[in-house]
Ligand binder design. Sequence first.
Ligand code: ADP
Ligand code: MG
Length: 607
Amino acid sequence: MSDIIQLLPDHVANQIAAGEVVQRPASVVKELLENSIDAGATSIKLLIKDAGKTLIQVIDNGKGMSATDARMSFERHATSKIREAQDLFNLHTKGFRGEALASIAAIAHVELKTKQENDELGTTIKIEGSTVALQEPIATAKGTSIAVKNLFYNIPARRNFLKSDTVEMRHINDEFQRVAMAHSNVSFLLHHNNNEIYNLRENNLRKRIVALFGDKMNEKLVPIKEQTDIISINGFVVKPKFSKKKRGEQFFFVNQRFIKSAYLNHAVTSAFEGLLENGYYPSYFLYLTVPTDSIDINIHPTKTEIKFDNEKALYAILRATIKHSLGQYNVAPILDFDRDANLDTPYHYTKKEAVSTPSITVDPDFNPFKTEVSSRITTSKNEQTHYKKETANWEALYADIDILPEEKQQVFFENDDEVATKKTFQIQKKYLISTIKSGIVLINQSLAHQRILYEDFLANITVKEASSQQLLFPVNINFSKQDAEIIYHLKADLESAGFMFNEFTKNNIVVSGIPTSIIESQTTFILEQLVDDLKLEIPDASYSHFDVMAKSFAKSLAIKTGISLNQKEQENLVNNLFLCKEPTLSPFGKPIFKTFTLTEIDTIFNT
Ligand code: ADP
Ligand code: MG
């Protein structure tokens, strides 16, 4: 039998490759824009006609091409960007496969004009169906202009498959946005049918995002920043209350390349845990920078998926960083520092400084008396669901406290006995009532104290100068074999929290120093409680245990129900609570207080 295998002619091979690389006009846009970026352009114009079906033109002021390179650029596997396979793991360019121009030229009419800076004349080339129709010198500006006309003119099936102009233009817009977002230091222009859609000046990241998504975006952004050995993270997440029902604005850039990653998206989503209503998705603009040899970009023809070497670590860092930022910017109800302290940026605690303005979450419409009056207090614990809508911050809550003369109002927050005495009452050794301008606030004393202690611990741990007190008589604690195993892994974390140990073996620990916030006699109880709490946690090696520790200590040490507090103690508790970063919820997510407005109270009495 005769041989039947043949090498495909180039133009056929190119058309096949085009099937992968060029699915629609937007794919051409992506490739051309990326080539301009790779050419070092600082200004890029994208001109579109009929959603790209008639014309896609990109004009840049990049480095241009020589006459020979201009011709070469349309050959398959022709690239200036890599030389050997090894270079795939040291990529600093968007392109490297050398097939975009060849593919595009196989399925459209292409006109190229290009000139290098020091050349007098440039080159123009016209290609139709992979064959060069014209090449000649021409006078043109420095840089490159590529016009792609009549896309898929020779593949009717493909052309007919294109969607409406609106849909195709949306895809083009998406690609344009991604490139523009990844390169805020480049200016971009987008015209469709001679109408200007975007005119973006070179700018910082935040302004670029706002220019693309509208002025309102500015107030919605929470900055994200982290720098570690294996990754640096930059960018923004959108405050949870502005999250969307669609997965619209979710952007990851890795080394300035837009990528899709379900895995990293999961990390972000899980950082928003408890902050989003069902069916809502977080929006984010996250820029990750990783060493070029720690990723593989060549796993997908359009290069929108990449493989990371240390995915798990990246996941953990990303999640922790976002949680941290949400907490710091007071958007998250629960502070969460379950992360390696090394990764923490110092956590500035504002207790002694001027009062900051944490937001309080109160439902102004909630009327506790709609149901049973008598169960008012005892049901308050179950009122979590009513703490949803964000209204006034605490400043407004306490503004113009009407019993006090104007100039004394601030004093209330400085634990001034005299002025404050009239202002709080303890009831049932369980709740505190404090008067406020708009009515009263009912506070659960134990939960309030938990919050104060929790933030105190975290502040101490994260600023890394946890204060210790030396024990006069070191405390010897024996743990069961299983418990000893747990505590054994905590030594470093405990030390950062302010514990000191004379001995720390698998069977026995001798505590010689404790954090100042802990009472000596409670040392054993607190550590035992911590072990119990840790047993309930899902172990995850990539996290430190600070958060569990802080929660556990807060729970152990907080004053309980049944403890009566003198006036001064009540005042301190109330004042310190409202100096917390997040006074609304206990470390375990329970509401700490509830306000009752005068209007609500009036309705009880029908007045
Ligand atoms: P790749 O980008 O993967 O190298 P392309 O087919 O997209 O492959 O481009 C082939 C080559 O043509 C590039 O490597 C580059 O040298 C050159 N080139 C393409 N577009 C431009 C441009 N806008 N300015 C300068 N050179 C360009
Ligand atoms: Mg390219």
